[in-house]
Design a protein around this ligand. Structure first.
Ligand code: PRP
Ligand code: URA
Length: 210
């Protein structure tokens, strides 16, 4: 496994992911699970945030304790399915800014087509975490990260839920400086570019469009 890749195989995440995969899981439950997994994964992806000491007073005495050193974060979901992860990560880091990148995969070529990009104006001062539950061929994540890099953020991480080996390899190769967090690395892609066993079309399952 590439040193930049973390598979967060915590039992709570694995349990929730198995529920997400099931065809019989309805959209409302699916949405809740995406959000909960994103929150749990965010805990891992923010493990290296720097701390600083401040002086405080407890009811007992004065003491010096840690708080976050004020590092600025931005979450950038890839539309549509990345939207499902936003609530979960914001519940842990409510002060983070949120950018959006709209991409869809052309069903014939499987290449990403960009239709929207709105990023925080001060992105050059921020650590960015890109959100998309599915890393299939890797095309969407690679393209989104290339767009964000043009705006010069301090660093970029990618947080997905399920990855395919093909997409993970492509992403590591295209952006070797990006830390990648996934909840599972599945077997392969099928002939239509879907992850096997996967969970189907994440956007359709979150928004109930199929
Ligand atoms: C899905 C998913 C990723 C992309 C992954 O989006 O949310 O963005 O596919 O595939 P890739 O790694 O091969 O690029 P989709 O293109 O279905 O768009 P949608 O979210 O608007 O439905
Ligand atoms: N996009 C999805 O939503 N699911 C897949 O399996 C592959 C790409």
């Amino acid at each position: 496994m590439d040193k930049n890749v973390t598979i967060t195989n915590h039992p709570l995440i694995q349990h929730k992911l198995t529920l997400m995969r099931k065809t019989c899981t309805a959209s409302n439950e699916f949405r809740a699970l995406v959000s909960e997994i994103a929150m749990l994964m965010c805990y891992e992806a923010t493990r290296d945030l720097p701390l600083k000491e401040i002086e405080i007073e407890t009811p007992i005495c004065k003491t010096t304790k840690n708080v976050l050193a004020g590092k600025k974060l931005a979450f950038v979901p890839i539309l549509r399915a990345g939207l499902g992860m936003v609530d979960g990560v914001l519940s842990l880091v409510p002060s983070a800014r949120v950018g959006h990148i709209g991409l869809y995969r052309d069903p014939e070529t499987l290449k990403p087509v960009e239709y929207y990009c709105k990023l925080p104006a001060d992105i050059h001062e921020r650590e960015v975490i890109v959100l998309d539950p599915m890393l299939a061929t890797g095309g969407s994540a690679i393209d989104a990260i290339s767009q964000i890099k043009k705006r010069g953020p301090k660093s970029i991480k990618f947080m997905g839920i399920i990855g395919a080996p093909e997409g993970l390899e492509a992403l590591c190769k295209a952006h070797p400086d990006v830390q990648i967090y996934l909840a599972a690395l599945d077997e392969k892609l099928n002939d239509h570019g879907y992850i096997v066993p996967g969970l189907g079309d994440a956007g359709d399952r979150i928004f109930g469009t199929k």
